[in-house]
Design a protein around this ligand. Structure first.
Ligand SMILES: O=C(CO)[C@H](O)[C@H](O)COP(=O)(O)O
Length: 262
């Protein structure tokens, strides 16, 4: 095991590696965005190249599309695939009902469309993403650039009547300019600290003109695969009500792990 890799990286790798067990030959799979999802894409690429796995990937961002192509995964658009067997993606937070905050990487819109168009959604994460109540991570909201400052005020006014602890909102920046999503939109990050009723908040936000989508994923995720830095992995399946524990042997995967780390 490479000494250079942090326990967090090892945890992310362990989760991603275990999640490849969900992928069967011939599947159409939604490929998430972010550092944990990048491990998954690399692992799947290795399975395609070395084991002949037949896989059609639908990426959730231009970044993931580029990585998937680079590692040898056949990439198609969602419209070409139409419906997916499975999506595997990271998350910024998950709670005990497997409701999520996503969008830290700015890809929440495509991520939500792809996950919703899948028979099954599996989240891969390290334990730091687990929360009792969603909201410590700023909630990303994708908004149309036209009139975004008005949309921001409307969101702030709407938050006054809702069960949240904080109400600050900020425009996500890329240097000194607004961060622009793959769809050409902006992102407002809502610093709510605690979201009392995530379902209500999600519905209310999406009714505001100018809001395209928010980063709350309610009743979308079927299972979470939680990796730990020592190779332990826990799989919690919300439909089956099961918790399974296993272990990724870093010694056995050492070559793969170090190759993929490059
Ligand atoms: O929602 C996302 C991107 O929009 C990511 O899945 C989320 O931010 C987690 O990223 P990471 O695996 O790098 O912690």
């Amino acid at each position: 095991m490479s000494a250079d890799l942090s326990p967090i990286d090892k945890a992310k790798f362990a989760a991603a590696r275990r999640a490849t067990d969900y992928v069967e030959d011939g599947m159409r799979v939604g490929l998430g965005t972010g550092s944990t999802a990048a491990w998954l894409v690399k692992c799947l690429g290795e399975m395609v190249r070395e084991d002949g796995l037949r896989l059609t990937g639908v990426p959730t961002s231009s970044r993931t599309a580029a990585l998937a192509r680079e590692v040898g995964i056949k990439v198609v658009s969602l419209d070409e695939a139409r419906w997916l067997d499975l999506t595997i993606d990271g998350a910024d937070e998950y709670d005990s009902n497997l409701n999520l905050i996503k969008g830290g990487g700015g890809a929440l819109l495509q991520e939500k469309i792809v996950a919703t168009a899948s028979d099954q959604m599996v989240v891969i994460a390290d334990i730091s993403k687990q929360v009792d109540t969603l909201g410590a991570f700023p909630l990303p909201v994708e908004v149309i650039p036209f009139g975004w400052q008005t949309t921001k005020v409307l969101i702030e006014e709407t938050l006054i009547g809702l069960d949240v602890l904080g109400r600050d909102t900020s425009l996500r920046l890329n240097g000194e300019r607004p961060y622009v999503t793959d769809e050409g939109n902006y992102i407002l990050d809502l610093h709510l600290n605690r979201i009392g009723n995530a379902r209500q908040l999600s519905l209310v936000l999406n009714q505001i003109p100018g809001v395209v989508e928010n980063g709350l994923f309610i009743d979308v995720c079927d299972a979470v695969v939680i990796g730990y830095g020592d190779g332990r992995v826990e799989v919690r399946d919300i439909n089956e009500g099961t918790v399974e524990e296993s272990r990724i042997d870093f010694l056995e995967t050492e070559n793969l792990f170090t190759d993929l780390a490059d």
